[in-house]
Design a protein around this ligand. Structure first.
Ligand SMILES: [Zn+2]
Length: 105
């Protein structure tokens, strides 16, 4: 009879990619995490979108973010289908979830 021994649990859920909840950039490493007011890492946003507890560009709209991302990823030679997937992910992100609920224009 074998005794069930729990194996060591992996500390982080690394198989689940974390994305910035603003620009959908993959958060691959803590150096990419944004920072809260007290300097602790934000687990939702990247360093480019979120610093010291606030968005670096608080007036940015979802549309602007879209254009900005396409430009950025295009110049980084990101394949089109990846860009499209990232763009499609945007409206579901935390930062934009509220804005997409309201009728635009
Ligand atoms: Zn971001």
């Amino acid at each position: 009879m074998s005794v069930y021994r729990p194996s060591f649990k992996t500390k982080n859920v690394m198989n689940k990619d974390k994305f910035c909840q603003s620009c959908s950039m993959p958060l691959k490493g803590t150096h990419l995490y944004g920072t809260e007011k007290d300097g602790s890492p934000s687990l939702d946003y990247c360093i480019y979108c979120y610093k010291n507890g606030a968005f670096t560009d608080p007036d940015l709209t979802l549309d602007q973010m879209r254009h900005c991302m396409i430009r950025k990823m295009d110049s980084a030679m990101v394949p089109e289908d990846i860009i499209e997937a990232a763009i499609n992910r945007l409206p579901g992100l935390k930062r934009w979830a509220d804005t997409t609920k309201q009728p635009k224009r």
